[in-house]
Design a binder for this molecule. Structure first.
Ligand SMILES: [Zn+2]
Length: 267
């Protein structure tokens, strides 16, 4: 159970009673290590064979849990900039993989109500398409150019998830180069600024893949587990957060992040 809790949960749990609000002056001297949460789709769709969907109500409760602890959800770009100033304490990186249209229609309003930002990792090779890389399960629409621009206009970070959602560790050198470089150029063409972040599809990477991402000009890349030794900011670990993650589970995940190499190392 303990080792399993950082992975995808299997069953839902009843909500625990809300914890008491923090007492003024009770904050521990040493702030907890920063961490990055990994979401995908935010929707009321209950057909979710890959455990990648949270309902907007659950997301709202999870963000409320963060806010009650004095934590603020931010994009990875903002988190790393804060870390560079030694000011990442109290921040949680929020990431949404695959770039589903529900990021704009459903997650964004929830994030904005809290004043939080996030990073959405999109697939410029599938603009306006759907999650055709999943062999089964519900088809979900992906952001198009207008959707990407509205996410940026709302203060969110848009970053690359590659072009088409391939396992890059199995790609030829040429395909790897195209997925990593062309996705960055296409995105920059859409939003008009340099793209800083990359996210490995399926969380899969090796030294060759991390090297290609570094050489393409990105400043960081998100993984899931810790990457190969020396990957640094090119394999930022993340904690999966799903529909089953009630306040009790979130607290446990937060505490276990450092033990399981899922906390962000200080710069
Ligand atoms: Zn993905």
């Amino acid at each position: 159970m303990v080792a399993d809790i950082l992975a995808a949960p299997r069953a839902d749990e009843p909500d625990p009673p809300p914890p008491p609000p923090p007492v003024a002056g009770s904050r521990p001297k040493r702030r907890p290590a920063a961490w990055v949460a990994m979401y995908h789709s935010v929707s009321d769709c209950r057909d979710d064979p890959y455990n990648v969907t949270v309902t907007p109500a659950r997301l709202d409760r999870q963000l409320a849990w963060m806010a009650r602890r004095g934590l603020r959800g931010v994009s990875v770009r903002e988190l790393l900039a804060a870390r560079a100033r030694g000011a990442e304490g109290g921040l949680v990186g929020l990431t949404f993989d695959d770039g589903y249209t529900d990021f704009v229609t459903t997650a964004l309003p929830v994030l904005r109500r809290r004043g939080f930002t996030a990073t959405v990792f999109v697939l410029p090779g599938r603009l306006g398409g759907e999650n055709a890389w999943e062999p089964t399960g519900p088809r979900k629409p992906l952001l198009d150019v207008d959707g990407i621009r509205s996410a940026v206009a709302a203060g969110m970070e848009v970053a690359s998830h590659g072009l088409t959602h391939l396992d890059l560790t199995r790609a030829t050198d040429r395909v790897l180069h195209t997925e990593v470089n062309d996705s960055r150029h296409r995105l920059a063409g859409i939003i008009g600024v340099g793209i800083e972040g990359f996210c490995y599809p399926y969380g899969r990477l090796d030294e060759r893949v991390a090297d290609a991402v570094r050489r393409a000009g990105y400043r960081y890349a998100c993984a899931i587990g810790p990457g190969p030794a020396g990957s640094g900011d090119f394999a930022l670990p993340r904690i999966h957060v799903g529909e089953a993650d009630t306040a009790v589970r979130l607290e446990l995940k937060r505490r276990l992040a450092r033990c399981y190499g899922r906390a962000l190392e200080a710069a």
